[in-house]
Write a protein that binds this ligand. Structure first.
Ligand code: G6P
Length: 366
């Protein structure tokens, strides 16, 4: 009801703004990084595994896709991410030394539960879930669990569940890195400090809302949009495109920016806004040249850049600057403006934001 919504127009907006608290709550009991964050048996499990297989659907699949970058670069553990509905019907090669990780807000998604059972039927019994509902089937079915504390999520388009999943997955990365000898005390302290500062950092990003509303008014008049990211921000581009599709019904696609020249560049006109996620990381220069390609074809750029990035607003290019550069955890900050962009675009189009047509909050049938 209206009372629960407080100053917000929709649950989705409320949930976007609850992210600092959801992240803080998810980190609440974390004193240090240890396997037992995931259960008593986690120590033994983490010692014997040699790879990770992540299974999920929808937005949860994208948090898993970000985690692959972390798990391989920080924990040095080979990681695969699969869409649950594909994995369950695919003839794959099982590795009994794989840690199977399911990610689910509800813990009741039929395809993800079936994919988990399929993995077990192939002899993979080391299972862990990152889940927002402690009493769910997923938590019951998995040997190990990390419960995110996003609280109840009502908006069909997932927001705070996603960012808290990323927090859980980053903790998993650190715990595995430690087990495998890839995390010294100084690095652990640095990562924990960055995690603990996230609620404040997210709050600062939320303050960009008025700038994003101005962009949303323009997006509301378009029928297509392209999202570009590179590296661990490519899944963030995918999530931004998904959010826009789900609630504003604007057709949106995401590409790793380096793939532009292999297809999507043919679609670029002034009618298709191109959103670029441009953190100040090792790939920034590459991304800048991708953006030149878009500009040269008359495409209009909307860039989310980091504080100290050289990209400037100009003809056909608009820039919103993120308050701070955030290293490995940057995807958690960069998804926030994309949530707000989708939300305000949908509002400008007058759609049913919390209950988009044809979609369900939790898909418990195949
Ligand atoms: C539905 C929801 C999405 C969600 C997906 C997976 O499609 O609309 O927001 O990401 O299911 O749900 P889960 O509960 O498994 O994370």
């Amino acid at each position: 009801g209206a009372a629960e919504l407080g100053p917000y127009r929709h649950y989705m907006q409320k949930e976007i703004f609850e992210q600092p608290k959801a992240i803080a709550d998810t980190l609440d009991a974390v004193a240090g990084v240890a396997p037992d964050l995931f259960g008593d048996a986690a120590h033994r499990v983490f010692d014997r595994i040699d790879s990770v297989l992540i299974l999920a659907c929808g937005t949860s699949y994208y948090s898993g896709s970000v985690a692959k970058y972390w798990l391989e670069s920080i924990a040095r553990i080979p990681t695969q991410v699969e869409i649950a509905s594909e994995y369950r019907y695919r003839d794959s090669v099982p590795n009994p030394r794989t840690l199977v990780v399911t990610i689910s807000q509800s813990g009741e998604t039929a395809d993800t539960l079936a994919a988990l059972k399929h993995a077990r039927s192939l002899g993979m019994n080391d299972t862990l879930t990152i889940c927002n509902v402690a009493t769910s089937a997923m938590v019951r079915e998995c040997a190990l669990a990390y419960i995110t504390r996003a609280g109840v999520e009502i908006g069909v388009a997932s927001t705070k569940a996603f960012t808290t999943q990323l927090v859980g997955l980053f903790l998993l990365t650190l715990a595995l890195a430690k087990t495998r000898g890839h995390l010294d005390d100084a690095a652990e302290a640095r990562h924990l400090q960055a995690l603990r500062h996230l609620p404040v950092a997210v709050q600062a990003v939320l303050a960009l809302e008025p700038h994003i509303i101005a962009w949303a008014d323009e997006f509301a008049r378009k029928e297509n949009a392209l999202f570009l990211g590179r590296g661990m921000h490519y899944p963030i581009a995918l999530e931004g495109a998904l959010k826009l599709k789900e609630i504003s019904y604007i057709h949106a696609e995401a590409y790793p920016a380096g793939e532009l020249k292999h297809g999507p560049l043919a679609l670029v006109t002034a009618q298709m806004p191109v959103v670029a996620i441009a953190p100040n990381d090792a790939l920034l220069q590459k991304l800048e040249s991708n953006l030149q390609e878009v500009r040269a074809r008359g495409g209009e750029l909307f860039v989310f850049a980091d504080a100290d990035t050289r990209i400037h607003s100009g003809d056909g290019i608009r820039v919103i600057r993120m308050p701070e550069h955030y290293g490995a955890l940057s995807p958690i900050l960069h998804v926030i403006p994309l949530q707000l962009l989708a939300y305000h675009t949908a509002c400008a189009r007058g759609t049913d934001v919390d209950k988009p047509r044809n979609l369900a909050k939790s898909v418990t049938v195949e």
